[in-house]
Write a protein that binds this ligand. Structure first.
Ligand SMILES: [Zn+2]
Length: 145
C-alpha cells in the first residue's frame, strides 16, 4: 500500500497512523494552534498600539471646542504619528481624502501642513472640504498620501 509520510506541523516528527494526520497528538495540535494564535494577536496588538498612539496624538492636537487644527507635518512626525496606519478613509468634496484614526483624522493640505479634523460624517466633510479649499487653495493640487 502506498502511503505518504507526513510530519507533525508542531514538533516535526514523523506522524504515525493515517497519512492525513497533521500532528502526533492533541498536545502537538493544541500547541501549534496556540502558537499561531499568539503570532496573530501580536500583529494585531502592534497595529492597535500604533493606532492608539495616533489617536492620542490627534486628541492632543485637536482640542475640545476647536473645529479643526492646523499642524506641521514635521511636528506630527516628532510626536510619533505613524502616517502608514489609519482606521478608515472618507472622501470630501474636491476629491479630498481624509484618513481617520477612530474619531479624528488628517488631511495633508501640502507638503508641510496637515489639517486635523473630526469624523462628523460625509456631508460634514463635503462642506468642510469646500472651506478648506477656499482657505488653503493649494490643498487640492496634489495628493501627498
Ligand atoms: Zn508532534
Amino acid at each position: 500500500m502506498y502511503t505518504i509520510k507526513s510530519f507533525c506541523l508542531y514538533c516535526g516528527k514523523l506522524v504515525r497512523g493515517r497519512s492525513d494526520k497533521k500532528f502526533c497528538d492533541d498536545y502537538c495540535r493544541n500547541s501549534h494552534n496556540n502558537q499561531k494564535r499568539s503570532v496573530d494577536s501580536w500583529e494585531v496588538r502592534n497595529v492597535l498600539s500604533i493606532l492608539k498612539t495616533n489617536q492620542k496624538i490627534l486628541a492632543t492636537v485637536l482640542r475640545d471646542g476647536q473645529e479643526y487644527a492646523k499642524v506641521s507635518f514635521l511636528k506630527l512626525c516628532e510626536m510619533g504619528y505613524n502616517f502608514k496606519y489609519h482606521t478608515h478613509t472618507d472622501l470630501g468634496s474636491h476629491n479630498l481624502t481624509y484618513e481617520f484614526c477612530f474619531e479624528k483624522g488628517i488631511y495633508r493640505i501640502d507638503q508641510d501642513w496637515v489639517i486635523v479634523v473630526r469624523d462628523l460624517g460625509e456631508s460634514y466633510l463635503k462642506e468642510f472640504s469646500k472651506k478648506l479649499v477656499r482657505e488653503y487653495p493649494s490643498s487640492n493640487n496634489q495628493n501627498y498620501a
